[in-house]
Write a protein that binds this ligand. Sequence first.
Ligand SMILES: [Fe+2]
Length: 249
Amino acid sequence: MSDRQDTRPETGAFFARDRNLHPPALAPGYKTSVLRSPQRALLSLDGTISEITGPVFGHSMLGELDNDLIHNFAKAGESAIGERIIVHGRVLDERGLPVQGALVEFWQANAGGRYRHKKESYLAPLDPNFGGCGRTITDENGYYFFRTIKPGPYPWPNGVNDWRPAHIHFSIFGHGFVQRLITQMYFEGDPMIWKCPIVNTIPDRGAIEQLVAALDWANTIPMDSLAYKFDIVLRGRRSTLFENRPEGN
Ligand SMILES: [Fe+2]
C-alpha cells in the first residue's frame, strides 16, 4: 500500500490532484515534450454519454493466456527467454479501498530491451516467443496478477546517451473510456532508474518511488519465478456522503 495514502477522516470531499507529484507537461530534458506539450491554456470538455458509460469490461473477454506473457505469444511447448517473474498487486482508491473490475493492460520490451514494433530500431534481437503485451481484470479485492519475463533496459534517441531503465507500461481502465490512466513500473534496486530523463521529469522522489515495484520474496515460486509487488492507488473518489447509503458504496 502506498505511503501516500490519505489517512484523513472520510468526508466525501473532492481531493484535487497534487500537481507537485506530476511531471510538468514541458520538460526539456525529455526532448519530445517540447513539441508535444500544450502551447495554450487547457480547455475542460464534458464527457459524452458513451465515454462515461462504456465500455464495461468482463472476465468473459479475457483469453486464457492474456495474463501470461511468457506463453501468450510462444509456440506450443516453448516460452519467452528471460528472467521469469510474477507482477502482482492491487488497484486501490485513495482510501485504500479496492477498485474491482478495472481492466489492467501491460506492455514491455523483451529481455534484451527490444520491442516488437515496426518502428523499433534498437539492434537487440526479437524473441520469436515473446509478444510483449497482456491484460487482466482486477477481482473483488482489487487484485491483479500476471506472469512475464523481466524486460531489458534500452537506449533511446533523446540526449547523446540516454537509456530507459527496465520498465513495464501499465494502462488502467475504469468503467468508462474517460477513466483511463497510464503509468510505468520500475524494478527495485535498479540504478538506471535515477539516470532516466523521463523518470527525472517527476519532481518528487517519493512519487518516483511509488513507481518502483518491490521484490516480493514471500510470493516467489521456488525454482520458477521471482515476484514483484506493485500497488496502484487512484485518486478520484468524488462521491458525496449520502445519508441513505453506507460510505464507500
Ligand atoms: Fe517503454
